[in-house]
Design a protein around this ligand. Structure first.
Ligand code: HEM
Length: 405
């Protein structure tokens, strides 16, 4: 079993998906000892209740105490983690999260909706002007979240090709750790320059507001340049890689399941629930990132020894019968579930209100503009099996009259 790996690449571990069944390749056990993304053994939690228990317990399951393989110097470890709240425990996590929480409230995001609508419509205009067929992973899916997060943060959209390709490298677990670290450093240098520009001229964007409010160094809660750069990069990467893949995979499954697509198109009042179901069903983030057990912990009949790595399979938890009936099926008509596609606990996705707004706006508008949208594929789509976030590498779609030739 090679997991479909290309020569020289690491095979797809069982936690990750392949093909169009969005369930992971795991057995029935609630806790399994399996191969992690880098070939190392990890404990995988596969149920909804245990998954929530692990993610709510940042004391016994630490992100910060996880070993950074090959990085021995404490100063280097600090720099790698600076500003990246997803790699930190309280109190640093709390301090960073507090600095940006106000930017992502439901109310703040509601005010952004008209601009998101305009961005979506502009991209649909461009698709129409280009004409059928187009690759959705080029024209639509990455473009919308990228432009939204660039405007929000204060990052020049013209730089998108650089940071999109760097982000793709960072989330590719089949590449050597060294390559990924090197690219992270490049991103840090890029963002530090932006932070310094914002120090000279803050402007009315997130980086500017952070510097005005939190960048002076007078308050213990203030952030230094390394932290501002780390935070900026986390938002930039998390802000487009995830939503972009949701838009592409969501379109794929809606085109494959016309009944579901009809539910979306004919019941616009239900769009919020429909997006929750797509989030649950696709669970594009294969797993909550590894935590390390800070003490021996017993879950069911398994004792996880202190020091071992633990991951939560989000797609497995999101299919658990305790959460949802017939969880292997996509059903846009079901009431929203308490799914974990955005994680749970202190690291629950900061950008969830923004991601939701983008999808609630983009899906209905795409299908309203192209009512006869269809896949222009001869074969199965080319799935991204090498990244921490599931997706497709391309998604050709067509509309209008079918070419008789
Ligand atoms: C954290 C999923 C969009 C920013 C997370 C986590 C998940 C997730 C599962 C928790 C990871 C863990 O605990 O190991 C998603 C999905 C998205 C999405 C499925 C789109 C559909 C976004 C957007 C942004 C964002 C648009 C930013 C603008 C973040 C940040 C964290 C995070 C900053 C870390 C929070 C913390 O450590 O406290 N996301 N995300 N995400 N996400 Fe998202």
């Amino acid at each position: 079993e090679t997991g479909g790996a290309a020569p020289g690449r690491r095979p797809t571990p069982p936690l990750f998906r392949r093909g169009e069944d969005f369930a992971p390749q795991l057995g029935d056990a609630a806790v399994e000892r399996i191969q992690g993304p880098f070939g190392e053994p990890v404990w995988a939690i596969t149920t909804w209740a245990d998954g929530r228990a692990v993610l709510s317990d940042a004391e016994r399951f630490s992100r910060e105490q996880l070993d950074l393989q090959g990085v021995d110097s404490p100063e280097e470890r600090r720099r790698i983690r600076a500003g990246n709240m997803l790699t930190l425990d309280p109190p640093d996590h709390t301090r960073l999260r507090r600095a940006v929480t106000a930017e992502f409230t439901v109310k703040r995001i509601r005010n952004l909706r008209p601009r998101i609508e305009q961005i979506v419509d502009d991209h649909l205009d461009r698709m129409e002007a280009h004409g059928s067929p187009v690759d959705l992973t080029d024209a639509f899916a990455p473009a919308i979240p990228s432009l939204v997060i660039c405007e929000l943060l204060g990052v020049p959209y013209a730089d998108r090709h650089d940071f999109q390709s760097r982000a793709a490298t960072i989330i590719d677990f089949t590449l050597p750790m060294e390559t990924r670290r090197q690219v992270s450093l490049e991103m840090r240098t890029y963002m530090r320059e932006l932070v310094q520009q914002h120090r000279r001229d803050p402007g009315d964007d997130l980086l500017g507001r952070l510097i005005t409010r939190r960048g002076s160094g007078d308050d213990p809660d203030d952030l230094d340049d390394d932290e501002l750069a780390g935070l900026g990069n986390l938002l930039l990467i998390a802000g487009h890689e995830t939503t972009s893949n949701m838009l592409a995979l969501g379109t794929l499954v809606l085109l494959r399941q016309p009944d579901q697509r009809r539910l979306l198109v004919e019941h616009p009042e239900n769009v919020d629930a429909a997006v929750e179901e797509l989030l649950r069903y696709l669970s594009v983030v294969h797993m909550a990132l590894p935590r390390v057990a800070t003490t021996d912990v017993t879950i069911g009949d398994v004792t996880i020894p202190r020091g071992d790595a633990v991951v939560v399979s989000l797609p497995a938890a999101n299919r658990d019968p305790e959460l949802v009936e017939h969880g292997r099926d996509l059903d846009l008509g079901r009431a929203p579930t308490n799914h974990m596609a955005f994680g749970h606990g202190i690291h629950h996705c900061l950008g969830a209100p923004l991601a939701r707004a983008e999808m609630q706006i983009a899906f209905p508008r795409l299908f309203a503009r192209f009512p006869d949208l269809r896949l222009a594929l001869d074969d199965d789509p080319d799935f991204r099996t090498e990244t921490f976030i599931y997706g497709v590498r391309s998604l050709p779609v067509a509309w209008g009259p079918i070419d008789a030739a």
